[in-house]
Write a new protein. Sequence first.
Lengths: 320, 320, 320, 320
Amino acid sequence: MMKRIAVLTTGGDAPGMNAAIRSVVRTAIYHNVEVLGVFHGWSGLINEELKLLDRRAVSGIINQGGTILRTTRCREFHTEEGKQRAFETIKRHAIDGMVVIGGNGSFAGAHEFFKRYNVRCIGVPASIDNDINGIDLTFGADTAVNTALSAIDNIRDTSTSMERIFVIEVMGRNTGYIALTVALAGGCEDIIIPERSYDLEAICQDIARGNARGKASWIIVVAEGAASATEIARKITDKTSLETRPVVLGHIQRGGRPTAYSRELALRLGYEAVIRLLAGEYDEAVGISGNKIVTVNLELAIQKKSLDVERIYKLIRILT
Amino acid sequence: MMKRIAVLTTGGDAPGMNAAIRSVVRTAIYHNVEVLGVFHGWSGLINEELKLLDRRAVSGIINQGGTILRTTRCREFHTEEGKQRAFETIKRHAIDGMVVIGGNGSFAGAHEFFKRYNVRCIGVPASIDNDINGIDLTFGADTAVNTALSAIDNIRDTSTSMERIFVIEVMGRNTGYIALTVALAGGCEDIIIPERSYDLEAICQDIARGNARGKASWIIVVAEGAASATEIARKITDKTSLETRPVVLGHIQRGGRPTAYSRELALRLGYEAVIRLLAGEYDEAVGISGNKIVTVNLELAIQKKSLDVERIYKLIRILT
Amino acid sequence: MMKRIAVLTTGGDAPGMNAAIRSVVRTAIYHNVEVLGVFHGWSGLINEELKLLDRRAVSGIINQGGTILRTTRCREFHTEEGKQRAFETIKRHAIDGMVVIGGNGSFAGAHEFFKRYNVRCIGVPASIDNDINGIDLTFGADTAVNTALSAIDNIRDTSTSMERIFVIEVMGRNTGYIALTVALAGGCEDIIIPERSYDLEAICQDIARGNARGKASWIIVVAEGAASATEIARKITDKTSLETRPVVLGHIQRGGRPTAYSRELALRLGYEAVIRLLAGEYDEAVGISGNKIVTVNLELAIQKKSLDVERIYKLIRILT
Amino acid sequence: MMKRIAVLTTGGDAPGMNAAIRSVVRTAIYHNVEVLGVFHGWSGLINEELKLLDRRAVSGIINQGGTILRTTRCREFHTEEGKQRAFETIKRHAIDGMVVIGGNGSFAGAHEFFKRYNVRCIGVPASIDNDINGIDLTFGADTAVNTALSAIDNIRDTSTSMERIFVIEVMGRNTGYIALTVALAGGCEDIIIPERSYDLEAICQDIARGNARGKASWIIVVAEGAASATEIARKITDKTSLETRPVVLGHIQRGGRPTAYSRELALRLGYEAVIRLLAGEYDEAVGISGNKIVTVNLELAIQKKSLDVERIYKLIRILT
């Protein structure tokens, strides 16, 4: 039976991480299991930055962005020596299992760690990119999408008032999830995403045709992994002779007060992660699929997630 | 083949209705079908308040709360004569089918209308209460939940700073959906909802015990259909001699800029409603279940929807 | 020369209090003066709840609503014995001066304390009600006004969509400041505030006339100190036979992330309070008047503040 | 006596322009003066894009960003022929006076127009940059500052969680107003603005020293007119070997729902502009100074506005 588990957040921070930490800590304590918070992700495991967390330690954080445990992208953990040192911390502190809150890269690390040292890890999918395979949604994505959408609503005011073409770059290194979602919800005219080839010539013809019939306001959403807004904007100007403005939303999408859904999901998944860890499960991620809690083996979870791109793209084309 | 359809919004307004209207109009036009907008819900059908909507008529509304078609709760439609007059408008304007955007009561009306006059209606579930059976979520609920949550976050500041007990009444005449969701996401201490009996004596004992060990801040969420915040607050004060404050969030939960998810769902469902109507389906609602589009017969859709109350309640108790 | 000061927050919490605390602490430390934080307002002074605050203690709070020092309305301080005990704490901890962050009642207490025990107090005007005389604005008011306005914008969606009359009660026990400001900025039709008699008969005639020419949406803002929204709504229904809805915004106006201006003002005034205390000033409040920092004797500061009601009322009547 | 005036918005759009248009239209109509709305700024005057605006035309826009009259930056107006054609429109439509809502460049145009053709123009200062001399605040600035601050709060979550250095570029081509205000209110560590020379070497030493004592999170705000965030970030990395992230907030600062203060100011100034125009005043801007309405000759209004930079900079250095 487990007596002590550890929890850490790794990779980019995502809104809801604090809610997940709260859930992990309180669920464990409710089941009479101690929780060590590891600071700075894997790096803190290597360097033994741990602290026992009680119920109080996680009060007042449910609506805070970021993570009270801090997070890093830790290269050292990917070395043999790094993992070895991390494992020694695990042994030294009698840690029976770990809850790893993070995205794709974090789960890859957890899986490696399990394979090499048999450390029992459960992943809680926290990412603004929605990049975990086998589940519907990582918990930070809803907040990131709303933040980006709010920015697009603002830009729409200027796009309409000044009749200008905007090219807006949103986050998403390997996936167009945010781009697709905000383009649809924002009534944007076109998208450029990694999952789908694009024809800038055709986009420019659309714009030119629209311009000819009086449609002068235009918003094109670009996922950072597919292209640079600045370059796309310049090329459109080159081809159409129309003024364009690029906007790179950047890191405003990562922080902020988590939405209701980001919190709800973080709380549910944090709870489930502990329950399953205590029940003897490991090397898997908990997640939501079709409104139900599911688990996905970590090796599968880090595979490329596929998006129903064509369906949404078609909607965007019909509706805007 | 359908040549002309009508769209209306009825019952209480919900954020995303305008996005749904946009979607219905543009999807229909894309399929070479005309759309008449009916103003003031069923009442406008009775009184012949219709207007042909083109693509332009629905531009710039995707992010606006409320409904450009207006809405009412129309008693006359529930009389034989009302329905008869509404049907005459349908005939006079050669309306082949209708998209009815609304909640429980709206679907009941649509179903009656179909049964009595064979008018082909498809329902699009718009409600802040999430009160449609057979689907996961009505599209206004996500916005309402976030608005209520934001209010609760604000009140938490005072609850913590002044160490006070707050009783917050949220919308939900027949359902504790909003209450459950915001209580969980807001880290609230207890809930009172129609789906679950409550023991005020036990709540007061909890509060008194908490107070004894120094926990002076407390938030209890009440669904309007279960109890009155003002009365609950008074009773708690009576039993515990502690100061309490009731807050009734009321109509702030109904309006506002729709969230990304409310818009996305409204757009998808508006599109699906038209596609299905054109494909010959009727007397059903479109909705989302497990991330997939489903249809539910209207008669079923208006049955009492069940909530997984105990699961969430347990989470609330463990996590706060 | 002062070596140690104390800071406390009293009365109702107001957004920006944490920014003010941060400013007081860091300004004092910058001038090599120690700062004791007093918890729970005057009550904490009486019961000796104090803690030395360093720079770190006030980091990460600038954008948080509420007050990390907590606050109460303390009746005991208004007794001779209460003030005596508070004064003993002052002596015991060698406190040379105090920064009192709060509103009208807080300044009255500070002034009494000075008169009775010669304790050097400087007031920093924090209140959502903007109830301090001799200055333009208390620092929480801008946030409260924006919160109330956002609520009114939401309600406007429903008021327009359902063509309903709303009566919205905002905070303001002795003043119509919030009511006047949000009614103007929210495009509301009428106001009921303590500073101005109102003629409900005339309001109802306005509504009836509007209704006759097709204007069915109506928002009347009521300051809590002037009337009850519930009663006004009922009376309007009685007189006009039109449906009305009351909404009492209540405590959502008190908390929340402070606006830029609330923070800026809190930071500036916290700084000025310390500077002036160190320079030997006392028994006064710092504030802003015409964009300049001014001081007002506490006795004057707690006098009834007058509002330019007629000018704003006229604007409301012309513009809506 | 004036019988007909025109209103236009020019230059970059600013939140509150719609509230100002509403105020101009309704105040004029209240005084029995007709209002022509000119679309697309000066360009619409040249090309005769005008429309009579009634009270209804400006309802429902008080809380909308952008401008229903559209705006452009019009080069043609700065030619002799452009102004001549604009003047012919003025004559043809019997326009007795104009309300010009815009910023620095707009007022320069209005002043030229007056000097050359004696057209009576009154300026209403709308700009997110707060770049009008002789008054305290242009009406869009408060909204822009709050939008930028909200973005900075989000980025702070990541800056703290990942312990990273961020360089955030805000708007302000000739002025550091937004930068100074958000840096103070956002608790940012340093600023780079046009009004003040900066020493990147010293900033880097600060950062290095901070880093040595464990302070790893850092936000530097840059006004677009002073430097490029991307370049500053790269230079800091070069000098300190620490990872940095640039964020360019860009056009999200221009749009969005106006804050209470932006609306209030827009409404007041729109009203005052009409009153003064009708009273025979012209070639001046209305504005607020020390909470009072003032007028400034347009020639003076477009002079370089000075900011109390050192005072705020000192506060930033002491408080963060």
